[in-house]
Write a protein that binds this ligand. Structure first.
Ligand SMILES: C[S@@+](CC[C@H](N)C(=O)[O-])C[C@H]1O[C@@H](n2cnc3c(N)ncnc32)[C@H](O)[C@@H]1O
Length: 395
C-alpha cells in the first residue's frame, strides 16, 4: 500500500472511537486534510496523537470506517487472515457449522463494510464499503488460503452501494477449476437441505440470518397448518414441513425463488404447496384460515426517510394477515430494517389486534442469528432483524 495519508478529527470522535465506535461522519473530519479519492488514512486528534487507521470515502456520509487502532499494523494478507480466522473461531465457539454460515458480518467482525458468506465450497463476498475495496485482492487471497474454496463470487449488486457512489456489479473472481464456474450448491441447515444459487440469489443466496427464528418456529408447528408469506426458497416452509406441520403453503412473488423452493421440497422429500403470487393479492383473496402464519417481507424501510410509510404498510399488511388466523392462531412477523425498533413492531401488532377486537400474547422475540452478531458499541447500526411471535385470541 502506498504512503498512508493523515487526517485530523474532533474531540467527540476521539471519545467515541475509544468506546469502539467504528464510523466517522463527513462533518467530523477536518475538511482541509481531506483526500479527493478513496484512501487508507491515519486519523489524529488536534494534539497530533494517533487515534486509528481507517478507510476513507469522500463520497459517502460515513466518511471513514476504522480498521485498526494499532499504529504499527500492516494491512497485508496476515492482517486479513487473522481477522477472518478470529471470526471463524467465534462462529465455531457459538456452535455454528462453519461450512454453512456468515463468516464476516462487517463492523461486528471488525472488517467494516465487508460481508463474507460461506456455502461450503462457494464463498460470496460483498463490499458495502467502497473504500474497503482497496483491499479486495488481499481479502480474496486470504479467503482462498483459509477455505480453499472452489469458487469466490463478488456480490456487489447491492443498492446500499449507491450511498457510497460505488458501482453495482457481481462477478466470479476465483475458480479452482477454470473451466467450470460453480455457482449453485446444496447447504445443510437445521437438518434440511437447501439449493443455493450464490450468483443469482437474493442477498448472497440464502437468508442464514433466520436460523434461530426458524428453530423457534420448528418447535411450534407440529400438526398445524402453516402459511409462509414471502417464503423465498422455502426456509421456514421446509423446516416446518420436516417438523410435523400438517400442511404448508409458501407464497412469494419471485418466480426464481418459487422454482428453487419447489426444488428444495423435492430435495427434502417433503410436501409443500408453493405459489407464485403477490403477497397482498394473496392475503386479500384468501378464503382459507391457518394455525400459524409467518410474514417475512423485504425491508420496507431502507432509510430513515422511509420509516413513516413503512410503518403504514406493515400495519396494513398485518391487519389483513391476522384475519386469516384460526382461533388461537399464531402470527410470526419479521422486520428487516435497522430503522424500525422492536417497540414499534409491537405497537403495530397491538394496534392491529385492537382494531380487530383481538388480544394476544407475545410468545417469542428474536433477532438475527449469531453469525450476524450485534456489536454493542454500534447496536443501532448492526441490529437489523426483529422477529416477533404472537398468539392471538378473541377478546
Ligand atoms: C426477507 S425475504 C424472505 C426470506 C424467507 N422468509 C426465508 O426464510 O428465506 C423477502 C421475500 O419477499 C419476496 N417479496 C418481495 N415483494 C413481494 C410481494 N409483493 N409479494 C410476495 N413476495 C414478495 C421476495 O421475493 C423475497 O423472497
Amino acid at each position: 500500500m502506498s504512503q498512508i495519508l493523515k487526517v485530523r478529527t474532533t474531540k467527540q470522535f476521539k471519545n467515541r472511537i475509544q468506546y469502539g465506535y467504528l464510523w466517522l461522519f463527513s462533518n467530523e473530519i477536518d475538511k482541509k486534510d481531506l483526500p479527493k479519492e478513496i484512501a487508507c488514512v491515519e486519523v489524529y486528534d488536534s494534539k497530533d496523537n494517533f487515534l486509528c487507521t481507517g478507510v476513507y470515502n469522500p463520497y459517502s456520509l460515513i466518511s471513514l470506517r476504522v480498521i485498526s487502532r494499532n499504529k504499527e499494523e500492516s494491512f497485508n494478507k496476515y492482517f486479513f487472515k487473522r481477522k477472518i480466522i478470529e471470526s471463524l473461531n467465534r462462529r465455531i465457539q457459538y456452535g455454528f457449522d462453519e461450512r454453512y454460515c456468515r463468516i464476516i458480518y462487517g463492523e461486528s467482525d471488525f472488517l467494516p463494510g465487508v460481508v463474507i458468506d460461506r456455502y461450503d465450497n462457494i464463498i460470496a463476498i460483498q463490499f458495502f464499503s467502497y473504500a474497503m475495496e482497496l483491499f479486495m485482492n488481499v481479502i480474496i487471497d486470504s479467503v482462498v488460503e483459509i477455505f480453499s474454496p472452489d469458487t469466490i463470487v463478488i456480490r456487489n449488486d447491492i443498492h446500499q452501494r449507491r450511498l457510497e457512489h460505488a458501482p453495482e456489479y457481481k462477478k466470479i473472481v476465483y475458480s479452482k477449476n477454470s473451466n467450470k464456474n460453480n455457482i449453485t450448491t446444496i447447504i445443510e441447515h437445521l437438518g434440511a437441505k437447501f439449493l443455493v444459487d450464490v450468483y443469482n440469489g437474493q442477498k448472497t443466496g440464502f437468508y442464514y440470518d433466520q436460523l434461530d427464528n426458524r428453530k423457534y418456529i420448528a418447535s411450534l408447528v407440529r400438526n398445524k397448518s402453516v402459511l409462509d408469506l414471502c417464503c423465498y426458497t422455502g426456509g421456514f416452509s421446509i423446516i416446518s414441513s420436516l417438523n410435523g406441520a400438517s400442511n404448508i403453503t409458501g407464497v412469494d412473488s419471485s418466480s426464481t425463488a418459487i422454482h428453487l423452493a419447489k426444488e428444495n421440497a423435492k430435495l427434502n422429500k417433503t410436501k409443500v404447496e408453493f405459489i407464485e403470487a403477490d403477497v397482498e393479492d394473496f392475503v386479500s383473496n384468501s378464503k382459507k384460515k391457518y394455525d400459524l402464519i409467518i410474514f417475512d417481507p423485504p425491508s420496507y424501510a431502507r432509510t430513515n426517510q422511509d420509516v413513516k410509510n413503512a410503518e403504514k404498510k406493515y400495519y396494513s399488511m398485518c391487519n389483513k394477515i391476522i384475519k386469516l388466523l384460526n382461533s388461537e392462531g399464531i402470527f410470526a412477523f419479521s422486520v428487516c430494517s435497522r430503522f424500525i425498533s422492536q417497540q414499534k413492531i409491537e405497537q403495530i401488532i397491538q394496534s392491529c389486534l385492537l382494531k380487530n377486537k383481538l388480544k394476544g400474547f407475545i410468545l417469542y422475540r428474536g433477532i438475527q442469528s449469531l453469525d450476524h452478531p450485534v456489536y454493542l458499541p454500534m447496536k443501532q447500526e448492526t441490529e437489523y432483524l426483529k422477529f416477533i411471535v404472537v398468539q392471538v385470541y378473541k377478546s
